[in-house]
Design a protein around this ligand. Structure first.
Ligand SMILES: C[S@@+](CC[C@H](N)C(=O)[O-])C[C@H]1O[C@@H](n2cnc3c(N)ncnc32)[C@H](O)[C@@H]1O
Length: 315
């Protein structure tokens, strides 16, 4: 909008003016919105809007800020967990899958073809010719739906233990008429696809598992001999002392304590935590039988490493 009064902004947003004006007070005091005290007009400079609005996606930083509300909603359960140590289950986090999907629209979906697929030489061509793809912990399935749209000759299978997230994923593909993708509500530690899958994907979905080592073993066993496992997971070192100067360190350990570690513990898991780190990830991939692993970083994604692992079942 051009510089506008709180009345005009509230009308445009169809919100209550008194609330909008108080919220604008916070934005002005924080230096995000400018205020003209004579005309009582507020202005969001274009250079601020360019990373703060949904129209700015995939550069909208405000998406990530929603985690404070999602995690804060589970505060009482988390405080109790500090005493009993048994974690906090997934269902305690209101809007988790909605916010997760919006964040991965930016870090995964928007960058799939431009950045992520290019990590595996020849993968785009293979997807175009037609291969079998499995995604573990697919959440609402946006990444897989995008791949299914882009590569109609390939077959896609998404697995997530959340019935609600899988319900959304099915709705998305039904609405778009895709017939080469299926979604299944299932524990990733029970997948059993014996050397039949060409590509397995896991986007931010291994460290908070109840049985991460078993999932990695099953992922490897599901791969065809020339199959590839592409795992996006948090960029950190395993040893705390090596994360002291990590620019996102406090944020990662906080998210981990308040969610990733807690959901794993709540389902009887080891609670690896978001900062399980590259060294442990490599050790676990090795333990699962992967024979060759490369670790990549991508310029659009400051939060994650991208592991490309090979070593599928020999026939
Ligand atoms: C951090 S979210 C990432 C979701 C999605 N990959 C994305 O990037 O938006 C982790 C996902 O793993 C799923 N998950 C956790 N444990 C699981 C299990 N044992 N089996 C299958 N899915 C699981 C959760 O339901 C959640 O959707």
């Amino acid at each position: 909008m051009p510089p506008s009064t709180s009345d005009a902004i509230a009308r445009e947003a169809q919100l209550n003016e008194r609330y909008v004006r108080e919220w604008l007070g916070a934005m002005v005091a924080g230096g995000i919105v400018e205020f003209d005290p004579v005309w009582k007009r507020y202005r969001l400079p274009a250079e601020h809007a360019s990373w703060l609005t949904r129209e700015a996606s995939p550069n909208n930083l405000a998406v990530t800020a929603q985690w404070f509300a999602v995690l804060g909603g589970a505060e009482n359960d988390l405080v109790d967990a500090f005493s009993h140590g048994r974690g906090v289950p997934y269902h305690a986090y209101n809007r988790f899958h909605e916010v997760m999907a919006e964040e991965s629209d930016q870090t995964v979906v928007a960058a799939l073809e431009r950045e992520i697929l290019g990590l595996v030489p020849g993968l785009t061509g293979r997807l175009e010719r037609g291969i079998t793809v499995l995604e573990v912990g697919c959440g609402r399935g946006h990444a897989l739906a995008e791949l299914a749209r882009r590569f109609p000759r390939s077959r896609f299978h998404g697995v997530d233990m959340s019935e609600a997230a899988i319900g959304h994923a099915r709705e998305t593909v039904r609405a778009s008429g895709l017939d080469n993708v299926v979604f299944e509500a299932r524990d990733a530690a029970s997948i059993d696809m014996a050397g039949t899958v060409d590509l397995v994907l896991a986007f931010d979905a291994i460290h908070d598992q109840a049985q991460p080592a078993e999932v990695l073993r099953r992922v490897r066993r599901s791969l065809a001999p020339d199959g590839v496992f592409l795992m996006q997971d948090i960029k950190a070192a395993t040893a705390l002392e090596d994360n002291r100067s990590h620019p996102l360190g406090p944020f990662l350990y906080t998210i981990s304590c308040m969610h990733c570690m807690s959901v794993s513990l709540a389902s009887g898991g080891p609670g690896l935590g978001a900062a399980w780190g590259r060294e442990l990830a490599l050790e676990m991939l090795d333990g699962a039988g992967f024979t060759r692993v490369e670790v990549h970083e991508l310029p659009h994604d400051m939060i994650n490493y991208y592991y490309v692992a090979e070593g599928g079942e020999s026939r």
